[in-house]
Each structure stands twice: as C-alpha cells, then as structure tokens.
Write a protein that binds this ligand. Structure first.
Ligand code: GDD
Ligand code: GTP
Length: 397
C-alpha cells in the first residue's frame, strides 16, 4: 500500500505570492483552472494501491481548505486529511512529527511533494525506478535539468551517471555544483524516519548543552530540513538516487510563475483533459461570463452573454446579453464543407425541408434566457425570449 504527503507550508510562506495569497492560501491558487494542489491529488489518485493523501502544513484549518479537501475526495475517490503542525517544522520536521499517521496501515513506501511545483508527476515511473535501482529500500528524488546560473536557486544533485546514485547534494549553492536540480518530489520508504530521527536526537542533545541560553528547545529540535539535514548526509551512502524527468516541471513561487505553470498544464490538457479547454474554434466577446465547468466548442459567444456553471455550448451562436442556465446544453449541428472534397464550399442550406427545420447550428438572439438543465437542439431562438423547457428542431418566436 502507498501513501502521499503534500507539504503545503503555512501563512508566513508564499510571501512572493502577495497580494494573491491574501485572498486564497497559495496552495489553492488556481493554476490551469484548478487549485494548484489538485494537480498533485489527481496524479496521486491514479497510482494503483494509493490509499491516502495527507496534507501537512501550519495553516489554521480554514473553509477553503476544508472545501477543497471534501470536493477532491469525492472527485478522485481517495481519502485526504489535513495534519496541522503547531509551528513551521521545516520540510523534514513535519513529516517526522506525523510519522505515526503516515505509517499507520503499513505503507511500504510513500511520496512526499512540495505543493508549490507544477509537474507531470511521473509517480509510476519513480516506483519502477526505485525497484530497478539499488535495493527497493532506496530513496528517490525527482530531478530535472536547469541551466547553470538558475540551478543555484534549487537543490543541486551530483549523480553517478552509471547508477544514478546521488553522490553530492547541496541546497541552493552559492557557486555552480550541478545542472541537475531537485524537483521537490520524493519517494521514500519508512526507513527515512530513522535518518530524520537521528537528526532529531542530535538536535535535542545539542540543545541540552545550551538549554540555559534558549527556552524554546522542543521546537528547535523538531525543525528539520529534508534538504540540508537529510539529503546532504545521505548522499554517497548508496541510499539516495535521482530519477531525471524530461517532462514539464516548474516551481510556483510568484504570480508570474503561476501563469507560466498554467501554460505548461494547459498544453498537457490537449492530451490529458481536452474537456477542460475552451475550444477549439471558440470566440468570446467582451464582458462574457463563463462559469465553472463550462464546455464550449465551435461557437461564437457575443458580448455580455453569460454561460452558467457546467453549461455546454456546441455549434452555436449565443447572442448579446443572453444567459444559459446551469447544466443546460445548447447544441447545433455543424454545416461544415465536406472535408473529403478539396473544392467544397459551405452550404447555405434551406431552413426547411419536408416541413421540418433542417438541422443546423443553434442560434440564440440577443437577451435570450435558457433555463437550467434543458436541452436546446438545432433551434433558432428569437431575441428576448425566456424559454421554460427543452426544444428540438424549432424556430422559437
Ligand atoms: N508543512 C510544512 N512545514 N511545509 C513546509 C514548511 C514547513 O515548515 N516549510 C516549507 N514547506 C513546504 C512549502 O510550502 C513548499 O511546498 C515546500 O515545503 C518547499 O518550500 P521551501 O522550504 O520554501 O523550499 P524551496 O521551494 O525554496 O526549495 C525546495 O523546492 C525546490 C523545488 O521547487 C527545495 O526542496 C529545493 O531543493 C528544490 O529544488
Ligand atoms: P459523441 O458525440 O458520441 O462523440 O460523445 P461525446 O460525449 O464524446 O461528444 P460530445 O460532443 O457530446 O461532448 C464533447 C465533450 O463535451 C465531452 O468532453 C463531454 O465531456 C463534454 N460534454 C458533453 N455534454 C456536456 C454537458 O452537458 N455539459 C458539459 N459541461 N460538458 C459536456
């Protein structure tokens, strides 16, 4: 059985994200249309045998976080819990503090991930890599390549090129060390806690020595950084390996990097989530309101229109200031030229054939209101109409 832990930090973190982080905790800021964390959750939930996702941070439990967790649990059918640190314990201290919760149920391995990264999350690949490298008790860091100058803003990894063992690890070095950087995504076995425990014991002893000078001892012993305190010591011991991914990866520290990360994810959506893209062939006028989960393709939405949540608009022209209610489906039939005929032109079809309206795109005049949960198919709706039910193949006067 496997688990995942996402390190979400707390309110003192994410300062580069202000003022956006005043409105919403940074880990919930939308990237490519969904909360930053949802990308992690979604990939974790896909891994066979993944039993639980734990969020560890020092945010007070809040409404946004609770709402996110309950909707993600439902959507991805996986248990998600929040564990709150009493203070910022660092990237290693939090997981050590909650080790009993992480180990309960007996996972043979677990992922740890920074919340503020955008990635393809090659989790199955990391599991395979762990099996192939060293013993299956080794620890794996996800790595990627950076340029020489930028590498120094990250954890830097020197590997054995034959075995991929991590030979040296330096967190944010001041001079160039390596162009392989730490992506903030790890695969550990329970044995990692012996290594963190040893650092904890040592911190405690060091503190006993200068107890008089500082009262706040417990917190200082428990504040442990995975990078500086654990990885640096484990490097060269035959325990730590780096799996290098050629796939997309970026840190999300600032508002600008959120836009860049959105673009990376949106490019992926063509493969992974075409339903999340508006389009293809959609044009949207000014002042148009598009709700959550709306699907639009092959359509023109004229200015001032409102597409409420989860409505679906296919092959339509939606007139100025019209409103389409929640979960309504407004659909037409395309009248494209025959794609198999290189000289084909678009038909200007007759409106009626055999007394019936011929299937065509659906057109809503201006100020039309379509109620929630109805289907409007192959119809033409004249301006200022308030519809109250579904219609098919009609001209609504
Ligand atoms: N729960 C908890 N408690 N989470 C924390 C704490 C803490 O005290 N401190 C940081 N985090 C979380 C942050 O929210 C973030 O998701 C992650 O841990 C790492 O944050 P930082 O400590 O600010 O490190 P960084 O982002 O500058 O660098 C880390 O990530 C890089 C990749 O993005 C390092 O791991 C680098 O080596 C790595 O290259
Ligand atoms: P076929 O027509 O047989 O290809 O089925 P389909 O569902 O794949 O195609 P359709 O054109 O009906 O839908 C295309 C996309 O729109 C799919 O990604 C659906 O998930 C999405 N979709 C379909 N109906 C709705 C709806 O009522 N609301 C929303 N928001 N999306 C919808």
């Amino acid at each position: 059985m496997l688990k995942s832990v996402i390190l979400i930090g707390g309110p003192q973190k994410g300062t580069r994200f202000r003022p956006l982080s005043f409105e919403v905790p940074k880990p919930l800021f939308p990237v490519a249309g969904v909360p930053m964390l949802q990308h992690h959750v979604e990939e974790c939930a896909k891994v066979p045998n993944m039993k639980e996702i734990l969020l560890i941070g020092f945010y007070q439990p809040n409404e946004e976080l609770t709402r996110f967790m309950s909707s993600a649990q439902q959507e991805f059918k996986i248990s998600i819990r929040y564990l709150q640190e009493y203070a910022a314990l660092g990237t290693g201290g939090g997981i050590y503090h909650f080790r009993d919760q992480i180990l309960s149920g007996g996972p043979e391995a677990f992922f740890i991930m920074n919340a503020d990264v955008c990635s393809e999350f090659p989790l199955p690949e990391m599991l395979n890599f762990q099996k192939e490298h060293g013993e299956s008790s080794s620890f794996v860091i996800l790595g990627t390549t950076a340029n020489r100058k930028q590498s120094m803003n990250y954890g830097c990894i020197v590997e054995n090129q034959q075995t991929n063992e991590v030979l040296h690890y330096v967190e944010k070095p001041s001079t160039f060390v390596s162009d392989i950087i730490n992506c903030g995504i790890y695969l550990f076995t329970p044995e990692i806690f012996q290594h963190i425990g040893a650092v904890f014991q040592k911190n405690q002893q060091d503190m006993l020595l200068d107890e008089q000078t500082n009262g706040n001892g417990w917190h200082r012993a428990e504040a442990i950084r995975l990078e500086q305190d654990i990885f640096t010591a484990l490097a060269g011991q035959g325990k730590l390996y780096v799996y290098k991914t050629p796939a997309i990866w970026s840190q999300i520290k600032s508002a600008g990097s959120a836009i860049y990360a959105s673009r990376l994810y949106l490019n992926q959506y063509h493969k992974t989530h075409p339903e999340r893209l508006l389009g293809p062939n959609v044009s949207i006028g000014t002042g148009v309101t598009i709700g959550a989960g709306v699907r639009v393709r092959e359509s023109i939405i004229l200015h001032g229109a409102t597409l409420q949540d989860h409505s679906c608009v296919l092959n339509c022209i939606v007139g100025w200031d019209s409103t389409i209610g929640k979960w309504a489906r407004v659909e037409g039939t395309p009248s494209d030229p025959n794609p198999n005929d290189p000289y084909a032109k678009i038909d200007s079809e007759t409106l009626f054939r055999d007394g019936e309206l011929t299937p065509s795109i659906t057109i809503l005049g201006c100020n039309v209101t379509i109620p929630a949960e109805v289907i409007i198919l192959n119809s033409i709706v004249l301006p200022y109409k308030d519809l109250n039910r579904s219609f098919k193949n009609q001209i609504i006067l």
